[in-house]
Design a protein around this ligand. Structure first.
Ligand code: MZP
Length: 496
């Protein structure tokens, strides 16, 4: 055997040093746009993400609801492939056909009629949000908002309302009973949004009466009639049935595909990529997963439009225990990023890389990006949110959501964990739970706020500058201890 240079290191072993922060460098000026697919140096990528987040190609993570919520935040959800082609296709269609909201014309709003009318319209059109306005236009006076997801005014910041999707229809009633909403909370809502909320017995929002004219869309950025615009969605594919799956997903409108394997450094993946790029040269198709520069170059040469990095670091992953294969995620990202840059210098082609798995804390996202990742993919992180498909279960201390690996017996994703037969000979993933974290919109907003704050401390207002100028330091065990609070901490303020 040959011993490769360097130790296998992971994100916990690094910190970023602050760089000089200029006056112009503020969280408000930070731009998180990033390329998703291969492009010539000096030209823009055909697909850019507005925020560098993608959701894992996993049954427990990327439902259409999650892909919709993430696309609305500027990221991209990848629907999983461990099922019949037609099931995946119908989920791609569900995201592509999503319409953000609409205004119904009802000058004489009679609450009970309107509700029925709304319900029918929402079912017919597939919209998730409906606004009732006095004159039926987007700029008229809003009388109410009806949405299709749970929204809890006690837990949620009123400002989050502006782009959220809230109530199950059954819970809507035009009652003015103000049950369960504290006076202070009501005042907050009135002040912040100038509206009067009413809630049902369980504290869920029932109805909002807006008391101003929201003619200024900036104050009320709900996209009411967002015509012809479609959300982006990605889809995983595998090296077994790609000749059927790729054409069907392209036809359904998937914006980006990704060959998804626990070990992408294989002839099968190169062959599949070559086939896909030959038949669908204009479709964005990524590959992976890899952990070193040699494997990156192999997939880039085979035509990959982006390459995913990470073996064995996932929160549900036991590949390293089972097979002794993998590499610390920080070392893997640093090595692959160097190969990506060398490939760029040699070929004039920039092939973005994605740090996939093993991001445990929000600051790990910043580290992955600073180390050279163009975007990240996360499973555990997204599995915690309402929009993820896992069941939400009560525990003594709150709620948890189910989260299981693609290599677990539950998922049985033999296409990803091919061990030489159809079916799994042994598990490479576990089946478990993650703490419930509420709505994606709000959770991701906090993560983005932290990422921007880190970038500002490092003096960078875009990801290119962040990668180019970030300074990393290794931490010793002792300094790792020092990073944490060393006093007994009071009940938290509730800030994540
Ligand atoms: P994490 O964000 O939960 O730490 O990791 C998610 C990533 O772990 C996925 O995107 C995928 O690359 C990988 N994964 C999914 N299932 C397994 C498994 O069962 C796994 N071993 O390692």
């Amino acid at each position: 055997a040959q011993l490769v240079d360097g130790v296998s290191r992971t994100f916990n072993e690094f910190l970023l040093l602050p760089n000089r922060t200029s006056r112009e460098c503020t969280p408000g000026s930070v731009d998180l746009r990033t390329p998703l697919v291969r492009h010539a140096v000096g030209e823009p990528s055909e697909i850019e993400l507005r925020t560098p987040f993608t959701s894992a190609i996993m049954q427990a993570v990327s439902s259409p609801e999650l892909a919709i919520a993430l696309a609305r935040e500027g990221g991209l959800g990848f629907l999983h492939h461990n099922r019949p082609v037609e099931d995946q296709v119908s989920e791609v269609r569900a995201v592509k056909n999503f319409k953000a909201g609409f205004v119904i014309s009802d000058t004489n709003v009679r609450p009970t009629d309107t509700l029925g009318h709304l319900r029918e319209l929402m079912q017919e059109t597939g919209h998730s949000t409906a606004a009732v306005t006095e004159d039926g236009t987007a700029s008229g006076k809003f009388l109410g908002l009806v949405t299709s997801r749970d929204f809890h005014p006690q837990r949620h910041d009123p400002a989050a309302l502006v782009s959220s999707r809230m109530l199950p229809l059954e819970k809507i009633a035009y009652s003015r009973a103000d049950v369960g909403l504290s006076e202070a909370n009501t005042r907050l809502w009135e002040e912040r949004l100038d509206c009067l909320p009413t809630v049902d017995e369980s504290g869920f929002l029932r109805h909002l009466v807006f008391r101003s004219d929201y003619t200024d869309n900036k104050r009320f950025p709900l996209q009411l009639v967002d015509a012809g615009k479609r959300l982006r969605v990605g889809a995983g594919v595998n090296t077994h049935d790609y000749r059927d799956r790729v054409p069907a997903l392209v036809e359904a409108g998937a914006d980006a595909l990704c060959f998804d394997s626990s070990d992408g450094f294989s002839d099968w993946q190169a062959e599949a990529l070559t086939w896909a790029k030959k038949h669908y040269p204009d479709v964005a198709i990524g590959g992976g997963n890899v952990v070193d520069g040699q494997a990156f170059t192999f997939l880039a040469d085979a035509g990959a439009d982006f390459v995913k990095v990470g073996v064995g670091g996932g929160s549900i992953c036991i590949t390293r225990d089972q097979k002794g294969i993998g590499r610390g995620q920080a070392s893997a990202v640093l090595d692959v990023a160097a190969a990506r840059d060398a490939y760029r210098d040699q070929t004039g082609q920039y092939v973005p890389i994605c740090s996939d798995g093993g991001l445990v804390h929000d600051y790990h996202v910043a580290l992955a990006l600073a180390m050279g990742a163009d975007f990240v993919m996360m499973g555990r992180y997204f599995a915690r949110f309402d929009q993820a498909p896992g069941a939400k279960l009560p525990t003594r201390d709150g709620f948890v959501k189910e989260y299981w690996g693609e290599g677990s017996s539950r998922a049985r994703n033999w296409q990803r964990y091919g061990q030489g037969s159809r079916g799994l000979l042994f598990e490479e993933g576990v089946d478990g739970f993650v703490p419930y974290a509420g709505d994606l919109h709000e959770g991701l907003a906090t993560t983005i706020a932290k990422l921007k704050a880190t970038m500002v401390s490092c003096g960078a207002i875009d990801l290119g500058a962040f990668q180019a100028t970030a300074r990393l330091t290794l931490v010793s065990d002792q300094s790792f201890q020092e990073s944490h609070a060393t006093v007994q901490v009071r009940e938290t303020s509730g800030l994540g």
